[in-house]
Design a protein around this ligand. Structure first.
Ligand code: S3P
Length: 449
C-alpha cells in the first residue's frame, strides 16, 4: 500500500507560545527491525510501542507475505510469530513497500539468501530511489536482482540458493545498506563482515545481538568492522520500542523558534548514532535540558525540556552528518531564525532520500524569503534572526514526510502563514503529528485547495 491517496494541503500560522508535553511515537528504524527480526526468529516476539505509521504497516504486511504471523493486539502492541532464519516462504504477490526505503532495503537483505524470489514496488517517491547500493553487495552472496534502469523499483530479487559469506566495505554512510548485508549474512554460512568508515545508526547491531546472533564490532584503521556469524537460531524477544528522536525533532525545533515556548519531550534517544541534531542545537545556543537520563528499550534516553531560544548560526561538522541525517530539513528551518549563517557540509545523501531534501528545503525556504546557498554536498542557510522570516509561500512536500513537517514547523514562527501542497506523507512516520502539535498550541490546519 502506498499510503498516499488524496493530497492533503495544509497551512501553519504564527502561533502563541507552545506549552505542554509531547509524547512522540515509537522509533521507525527500530519498529521495522523488530518486525523483520521477529519474522526471522523461531517463536513469538512481542513488541510494544511499535510505530503504527504507514511505512511500518507496509513492513508488517510484507512479513506476513513471507510467511510470518503478524498480529496487532492493541495500540502499539504487536506479536510476530517468526519462521526462522532461512524460513521465509515465497510471497504470492508483489511486495509494496509504499514510501519506505528502509522497509524495502532491509527486507531485500532479509530474503536475499533464501532460495525464493520476490518482486518489490513502492510509491512514486520510492520507485525513483537507487536500489543498486543494496543489490550490489547482495550479489556477492549470490543474489540476483532485476529492476528498472538505474537499479530502480519495481524489482525482482532471486535469493541465493547457496549463499557464501561476504566481506563488504560500505561505500556510502548508510545504515540501510549495512543492515541489508547483515540480514543477508544471517543465512550465509561462516562470517559476514561489514566495514563502515563512519558509524551510522547501530540499531541492527544492538537488536541482532538481542535476538541471540553472534556479532562483534571492532574499531580499526579501516573504520568499524562488524562481524556476524551466520546461521544462528534467533530467539524471540520482547521489544519495547523507544520514542523516535527524528520525530521528536519537530516539536523540539518548533518550541525553539516560537517565542515564549516551554515544552517537555520525554524519552528522546541519546544514542550517539542518532543524537547529532541535539548536539547541534545546543551549539547554536538552544535552551535544552536533558533530564532523567536512563535506558529504555535498550537505548539511552532523556526527557528534553525545551524553551524558545536566541540562536546563532554555526558550521555543522561533516563527521556529524550520519548521526542527524534525517534532521537536516528541520535544522534548516531553525537556522533561518538564527543570527548569522549555518553551514551544513557532507549532506549529499539528502539528495537520495524520500525526495532531494536539499533542493526541496532550498526552494521552499527561498520562497519564504530566506537566502540559501547550495552545492551538491553543502547547504547554507542565512539566518534572519528570531521573528525575522517572512513566510507567505506555498511549498511542495514532494511525497516526503519530513519536508512537509519541516515547512509546517517553519510556518509557526514566520510573519505570514506557510502552506504545503500535500501533508499526506506525514502519516508514513508520524501519524499523530497534527493532534500532538495542536495539543502544544500550534496552529496547523488542513486547508482547502
Ligand atoms: C535508516 C537509515 C537512514 C535514514 C532512514 C532510516 C534506517 O537511511 O535516513 O530514515 O533505519 O536504517 P540511509 O541508510 O539511506 O542513510
Amino acid at each position: 500500500m502506498s499510503g498516499h491517496g488524496e493530497a492533503i494541503p495544509m497551512t501553519a500560522r504564527q502561533s502563541g507560545p507552545l506549552k505542554g508535553r509531547a509524547d512522540v511515537p515509537g522509533d521507525k528504524s527500530i519498529s521495522h527491525r523488530a518486525l523483520i527480526l521477529g519474522a526471522m526468529a523461531i517463536g513469538e516476539t512481542q513488541v510494544s510501542g511499535l510505530l503504527e505509521g504507514q511505512d511500518v504497516l507496509d513492513t508488517a504486511a510484507a512479513m506476513r507475505a513471507f510467511g510470518a504471523e503478524v498480529i496487532r493486539h492493541g495500540e502499539g502492541a504487536w506479536s510476530v510469530h517468526g519462521v526462522g532464519v532461512g524460513g521465509f516462504a515465497e510471497p504470492a504477490d508483489v511486495i509494496d513497500c509504499g514510501n519506505s526505503g528502509t522497509g524495502v532495503r532491509l527486507i531485500m537483505g532479509a530474503m536475499a539468501t533464501t532460495a525464493i524470489s520476490a518482486t518489490f514496488t513502492g510509491d512514486a517517491s520510492l520507485n525513483k530511489r537507487p536500489m543498486g547500493r543494496v543489490t550490489d553487495p547482495l550479489s556477492l552472496f549470490g543474489t540476483q536482482a532485476y529492476g528498472r534502469r538505474g537499479g530502480r523499483l519495481p524489482m525482482t530479487v532471486l535469493g541465493a540458493a547457496d549463499p557464501v559469506p561476504v566481506r563488504y566495505a560500505v561505500p556510502v554512510p548508510s545504515a540501510q545498506v549495512k543492515s541489508a548485508v547483515l540480514l543477508a549474512g544471517l543465512n550465509a554460512p561462516g562470517q559476514t563482515v561489514v566495514i563502515e568508515k563512519e558509524p551510522t545508526r547501530d540499531h541492527s547491531e544492538r537488536m541482532l545481538r538481542g535476538f541471540g546472533a553472534e556479532l562483534t564490532v571492532e574499531k580499526t584503521g579501516e573504520g568499524q568492522v562488524i562481524t556476524l556469524t551466520g546461521q544462528p537460531e534467533l530467539k524471540p524477544q520482547r521489544v519495547a520500542v523507544p520514542r523516535d528522536p527524528s520525530s521528536a525533532a519537530f516539536p523540539v525545533c518548533a518550541a525553539l523558534i516560537v517565542e515564549g515556548s516551554d515544552i517537555l519531550v520525554p524519552g528522546v534517544s541519546q544514542n550517539p548514532t542518532r543524537n547529532g541534531l541535539y548536539t547541534t542545537l545546543v551549539e547554536m545556543g538552544a535552551d535544552i535540558e536533558f533530564l532523567d537520563p536512563r535506558e529504555e528499550g535498550g537505548e539511552p534516553v532523556a526527557d528534553l525540556r525545551v524553551r524558545a531560544s536566541s540562536l546563532k548560526g554555526i558550521e555543522v561538522p561533516e563527521a556529524r552528518a550520519a548521526s542527524m541525517i534525517d534532521e537536516y530539513p528541520v535544522l534548516s528551518v531553525v537556522a533561518a531564525f538564527a543570527e548569522g549563517k549555518t553551514v551544513m557540509r557532507g549532506v549529499k545523501e539528502l539528495r537520495v532520500k524520500e525526495s532531494d531534501r536539499i533542493d526541496a528545503m532550498a526552494r521552499g525556504l527561498e520562497a519564504c524569503g530566506v537566502r540559501i546557498e547550495e552545492e551538491e554536498d553543502v547547504l547554507i542557510v542565512h539566518g534572519m534572526g528570531a521573528g525575522g522570516v517572512p513566510g507567505g509561500a506555498r511549498t511542495k512536500s514532494h511525497l516526503d514526510h519530513r519536508i512537509a513537517m519541516s515547512f509546517l514547523v517553519l510556518g509557526l514562527a514566520t510573519k505570514q502563514p506557510v502552506s504545503v501542497d500535500d501533508g499526506s506523507p506525514i502519516a508514513t512516520s508520524f501519524p499523530v503529528f497534527e493532534p500532538l502539535m495542536a495539543g502544544l498550541g500550534a496552529r496547523i490546519e488542513r486547508a482547502n485547495r
